[in-house]
Design a protein around this ligand. Sequence first.
Ligand SMILES: Nc1ncnc2c1ncn2[C@@H]1O[C@H](COP(=O)(O)OP(=O)(O)O)[C@@H](O)[C@H]1O
Ligand SMILES: [Mg+2]
Length: 276
Amino acid sequence: MRTQQPPAIVVRGLEKSYQDLQVLCGVDLDVEKGSIFALLGSNGAGKTTAVKILSTLLRADAGTASVGGFDVATQPDNVREAISLTGQFAAVDEILSGRENLVLVARLRHLKGTGAIADDLLERFSLTDAGARRVSTYSGGMRRRLDIAMSLIGNPPVIFLDEPTTGLDPEARIEVWKATKELAGRGTTVLLTTQYLEEAEQLADRIAILHQGKIIVNDTLAELRQLLPPAEVEYVEKQPSLEEIFFAVVGETGEDDKYSAAEQPNAKRKTKSNKG
Ligand SMILES: Nc1ncnc2c1ncn2[C@@H]1O[C@H](COP(=O)(O)OP(=O)(O)O)[C@@H](O)[C@H]1O
Ligand SMILES: [Mg+2]
């Protein structure tokens, strides 16, 4: 990994409760610049809460966090300039075309050459042909890609993708994965939240598991795999999947339909490839 620089995101002892529900109970993590970091957790684990604190939308009860070298509590304006946030529900305007959406955001950010910025992003996200069409005609994957493209306007060094593929069909998920890899390939730091173990496996340089308010695992995929011995001695190539590791660490059995439903296209297990 490209390191030796201060991490893009530093989180220490982060706590957050909603009334008497404690969601984050002391979260620590570092995200290296230019890396993809996956924050993995089940529904309700507190992923969005963490992302909201890091993107200054929510205040922590305790602990500290800095993003791009700025403290989220005391320098929120600087943090906002350094980040973009893409949520689970694409924030695109259905009535406008893809290109118009991009131009609109570029204008809102007071950038010059908004048309060229839009065209460049359409090309990067393989939306050039669809650029003039109303977003209401786009597929889920196209919408999400446009949403990510919009969040890149102004070149924020840090991007938060909060469950970017939840609700997408398998093909669309692969499109979004490609877009995400492309981002990190250009040096953008990506903090991604996901419920999909496969997604973390495919994309992330590091994977942290958020469970019961704490980070219970924070490792590279290779390190995670070493937490469990190979499942079957006779098959030398069989490695424990992240799913097996997850349930071993969390200590529960998997009964998760939504995961297996979304898993289809990449049935082949691939050891993590370096992206770029
Ligand atoms: N504004 C809120 N008020 C009360 N409870 C909330 C609020 N936002 C989230 N929660 C609860 O906090 C927990 C964590 O939510 P969230 O951070 O959205 O989890 P995740 O993104 O991992 O699914 C859930 O139990 C959720 O119901
Ligand atoms: Mg969430």
